[in-house]
Ligand binder design. Sequence first.
Ligand code: NG1
Ligand code: MG
Length: 501
Amino acid sequence: MNSFVPISTSLSTVYPPDSVPHQQQRWEHLLCKFSETYGHAATFISRSPGRVNIIGEHIDYSLFSVLPMAVEADLLLACRITPDSSSITISNVLGDKFPQRTFVVPAKGDGDLEIDATKLEWSNYFKSGYRGTLEFLRRNGLPAADKPPGMQILVDGNVPSGGGLSSSAAFCVASALAAMVSMGVDSVDKKELVTLAIVAERYVGVNAGGMDQSASVLGEEGSACYISFDPELDAEPVAFPKTKPEPVFLIANTYKTVEKHVTAPVNYNLRVVECTLAAQVLAKKLGVGKLRKDAGPLGSSLKGLIDAYSTDKEKSLVEKYTEMLKIVEKELDTAYTREQLSEILQVSVNDLIKQYMTKFPVRAETFNLKSRALHVFGEAARVVKFMEILKSGDNSSDVLQCLGALMNESQQSCKELFNCSCEELDELCRLARGSGSYGSRLTGAGWGGCSVHLVPEDKAEEVKAVLLKEYYGKLELSDLELEEAIVVTKPGSGSVLFKVE
Ligand code: NG1
Ligand code: MG
């Protein structure tokens, strides 16, 4: 039997797999497989969890706060450093689905580690985390990053991929951490790690916000995380009310997977462009002047707009966001062509394309600024209201209904204003609400993937039974898929690094 010793004291160390029997088994199995695959034992394991977003959808890239929690499902990388080589071999316990890959890490000055984002290639997620770390350490002048050693790696992930629980961020963060260890770094600033992982995951072709990496790294057992991005990254642990019966969160997978790298130009990356352009057009209409350059993926954001426009210190956030809803209704048109945008923003169409639509291409004739901005300000206000309820310490049973109502409104806004739901998600939400869920919504980017449901503990079985019969009963699923279709999650802990002894 192996024992696991935390490597980095700055990360979470409260995840000794020894304390979770099924995890102990999984870790041992991974190590056994590693020795079989490579003929040597692994020396360390890097772990990072997936996340479920409770509320605050598609607003992280506009720099508004969100409320996700890390889940227990995670991604494990068993690793061994091979100092005499500069190549990295990565395999997966599911070798048929994810075949072994080997690549060479270019020494400093020999160009970037290449990632072909046009392909859905599982090892891209490792490469993105690895490259993020490599560039970070080179910028910081660490000599070991000039010519890093090789590695052998075996992956075991149980976060569903394409399922809205951010297997991608779990993979990218765990890879970034493994890369650090291979280059001799064993103490990490968690916020620095989050920031580098956010930028790194964009190498895979999605111009994402920072919620997933934040939740994966900063998650704490038993608490959700209230994550703020502006003026700087911050995470505050928050507990759910101790009502009787207590709330549980059910996660139900639609089993409609989303291949984001294919669909991003017409959905995710397009939404990022629409939200950023909404900020720019509103700035012109409101006479705010040039928007501040900020950490939004396209360099400016709707949060930047509101900070510039709404400077009255007496107003609460909810008042400010609600005021913006009225302004958006009045000032913005439903849709704009590139030509219209170029005229309003006083830039040529070519410059508009170059600035907003080139690094991450988008495919659209028109840009729906009004409904996207209405969603963002409405959703940002809902997150603030949700937090106010959680912080009020109210444990009466109505509190769950109030929280649930905000989740239901979020779903409606995602469906009608942001157009990121789908029939399957709508159906799961309808069925769950009809059988006892207080609040049901999509989680993650949407268009498929998972839904999340706030359910009083005594109704959880009923909701599950209805979903199994009415939704999953109509799909052709394997026993394993049926077993994994609905999970009850507790907030889990964040990233860890363990030495194997
Ligand atoms: P998913 O689809 O779960 O990975 C994506 C973004 C988040 C956030 C949500 C929507 C990536 C890597 N992450 O999550 O940053 O914008 O959608 O709230 O694309
Ligand atoms: Mg993802």
